[in-house]
Structure formats: C-alpha cells, structure tokens
Design a protein around this ligand. Structure first.
Ligand code: SF4
Length: 396
C-alpha cells in the first residue's frame, strides 16, 4: 500500500440529516482506502479520486487545521460551551476513517479530539475494528454530547466477505467489536450496505446478520441495495464476479445495463426477476428482531426539538412509502421533511393558522398534529404496522 501525505484544500462537506445518518456535515481524513472493497462507490470517476484508490492512500496532513478553521469561522470556540453542537459524519462510504494508515497517521483520532474540545458530535461508520482504539474518547464525547460508532456488515460468509472486502476486518471481528462498543453504552448499529443482489440480499445472508445484531444488542440494522456507477466502479465489480461468481454475472449485466449515472439498478428488471428489495426484507427483519431500522435520532444542543422530531417522523413515513412503492406520497413526505428540518423557527410554538399555511403536504398534517398534542405520532405507528404486514406477506 502506497501512502502519500498532502495538504488538502478543503475538508468539510455539508450534510443532510436523514434516515441514513442524522448529521450536519461530513469529512474524510483520507483519500483512497486500503480495504479495497470491490463494490466501492468511492472508486467511481465521478468523485475525481485517484485511479489506484485501493492501492494508494492520501493522508490529509492539514485535516486538523482545516477542521479548526471551519469551526472557528462558524463562531465556535474550544474554550467555552458553544450554544450549538453540530454532528459530523465520519464514514467508510468513500474512504474509511479506520483503514490501516490510521494506526500510524492517527488523523481520525486527532479530528475526534478537536470535535470533543469544541463540544461537537460524531456519527462514525467503519468496516475496521481498529476503531476500538478510540473508545475512550468516544465514550467521553458521548457523555458530553453524542458519539456513535457504527459498523457496516454485508456478508456472513467468510469466503465471500474476503473476496469483496479484502482489506477490512472480518464479519465476526466486526460483530464482536459492536458488542464491545455497546458495553460502553456508546450508540452502535449495523449498516447492511450494500446488500449485493443474489449474494448478500438473500434471506440466507440477511437473516443471520439481524439475528446476531439482536444478540449483541445493536441499536439498529439498516439495509440498502448496491449501486454500480458506470466506469471503474462497475468494471472492477464485474471482473470480480466473472472470477468468483460467474453464474451471477449475466444477472448483474441485465440489472445494471441501464448505466444509470448514480449506479442504480434497473427496477423493472429487478422486479421481473421477482427479487425482494433488501430495504423491504430489512424492514421486516428489523421489526421481527426488535431492532431499529435507522439510527436513533439524537437532538443536538441549540436546535428546535419539535422540528427535529417532526422531520424524523416524516422521514420515517417517507421510507415506509418507498418500501410500499407509493412514490407520489414518498416525494410529498420527503419534501415536507426537508422543509421542516431546515426551518429556522421553532414550529412547535407557532399558532395553528400559521401552521396550516406552511408548504407542507396535506397528508403530513395528521402526523404533525399528533406530535404536537401527544408527543408522538400514532399515524406513523399505524403506517409502520401496515408496511410490516404487507411486506411480511411478500417475503414469506
Ligand atoms: S471501506 Fe468503504 S471506502 Fe473503504 S473500500 Fe470499502 S466501501 Fe470503499
């Protein structure tokens, strides 16, 4: 593995709080990833990273300075209690923060120290148990504000896991790491992402991941399908399939023949193949194993709790409508959720007539009135129950 050190121009990206991660911003301490997952989206040309992504890691030596500059510019200070706590996503989605180079470079650790000093929060996602070295600071951050250390787990079969994620910790190592994180009362869940069609999205693979997650007290399991962007991302994945799963390759060629710019598979083909969407299967299993289907929402200091709770309810309803393939309602709920999420005023304090005039879909109103009156939403509970019932029939 080659390692380069360089001065990055920027570090922080704006984030969007949603069911995947309730965050305000995100950053990556590194570029490239020694885990070299064969499905890795970060390898796509779209992101402009180096072509030897899996064999060369670029270390952002000035990451700490960049983070401090960002926080200072926002008016935060390490010396006083800041009126607001932002949540940062530090994720394996495009360069794992706990890949091998972190043992020496310790940039992730240093960035966590800065977040801690400034009273900020972190939501981490990794495929490497090296993250356990930072349990001490994560425990302190979590006591002060919030810190979650989550793991991505995609395949129970050891052999398949090593083929697709050669440089990452094994699935068993990750499961045992989750138990350790939970023993420190640090929030920790499982991202079953990506669930590889015909390999990882089956009951045979997904069911034990949910079972184990329940046994080790994980907070949630969230399942999503695979995207393969045209170019390097798709070509490398197909090469591995040809080598190790040749009978699956023609199926994938059909599924991804659309060359969708975001790598999404062809829904019609997938449905014709009578496949169960991993998001649907995952929702059913999460209910059966009494696990969340999304991370618990933490309400950071300095925010409007009503807005955040309301947005969470609408995001969850959006997800249910997606699973039920009711796309019109899905769009309406999603738009309303984003509107509420970003509204600068406390919507829990406005009068009824002003509330009626807000650009929120009519269908969302019962959910919000219930939250207002009962601090919870019975409509969401009902929608989740209906979604479970319908999907459970489908996967039986
Ligand atoms: S751990 Fe994440 S960033 Fe690293 S190669 Fe795998 S998918 Fe890509």
């Amino acid at each position: 593995m080659k390692v380069d050190y360089y001065h990055a121009k920027s570090l922080i990206r704006k984030g969007y709080a949603n069911l995947f991660a309730w965050v305000d911003a995100s950053f990556n301490p590194y570029q490239g990833c020694s885990h070299d997952c064969k499905y890795c989206d970060g390898k796509a040309e779209k992101y402009g990273l180096h072509a030897d992504f899996g064999q060369r890691v670029r270390v952002k030596v000035n990451a700490v300075e960049l983070l401090k500059t960002y926080l200072n510019k926002k008016g935060f200070s390490p010396d006083r209690a800041n009126p607001e706590s932002l949540t940062f996503f530090i994720s394996s989605g495009a360069c794992d923060p706990y890949q091998d180079v972190e043992k020496e470079a310790k940039i992730t650790r240093q960035l966590l120290e800065v977040l801690y000093q400034y009273g900020m929060s972190a939501h981490i996602l990794t495929k490497n148990t090296l993250a356990l070295k930072d349990l001490d600071i994560l425990e302190e951050m979590n006591q002060k504000h919030y810190a979650a250390l989550n793991f991505s787990i995609t395949l129970m079969d050891d052999k398949a896991q090593k083929i697709f994620e050669p440089g990452a910790s094994s699935t068993l190592e990750r499961l045992s790491a989750i138990a350790k994180v939970k023993s420190k009362n640090i929030p920790c869940g499982v991202y079953l992402c990506p669930a590889l069609p015909f390999i990882g999205d089956t009951a045979e693979n997904m069911l034990p991941i949910y079972q184990k997650s329940q046994e080790i007290n994980a907070d949630f399991v969230q399942a999503w399908g695979l995207t393969l962007k045209p170019g390097r991302n798709k070509e490398e994945f197909f090469k591995i399939l040809a080598q190790h799963f040749p009978t699956k390759l023609p199926l994938y060629e059909q599924l991804y023949q659309n060359n969708h710019k975001y790598g999404q598979l062809d829904e019609k083909v997938y449905n014709q193949m009578q496949q169960i969407w991993p998001e649907q299967r995952g929702f059913v299993y999460s209910k059966q194993f009494n696990l969340g289907y999304a991370p618990k929402r933490h309400i950071p200091t300095g925010r409007h709790p009503f807005n955040m709770k309301a947005a969470e309810i609408l995001h969850k309803a959006t997800h249910c409508y997606l699973l039920l393939m009711q796309f019109n309602l899905q769009k309406k709920f999603s738009k309303s959720a984003y509107f509420i999420e970003n509204h600068p005023h406390d919507l829990g304090k406005i009068d009824r007539s002003t509330a009626q005039k807000l650009p929120i879909a009519r269908e969302c109103h019962p959910y919000l009135s219930e939250l207002f009156q009962k601090k919870t939403s019975l409509s969401l509970q009902q929608l989740e129950a209906d979604t479970y019932q319908q999907l459970n029939q489908k996967i039986k």
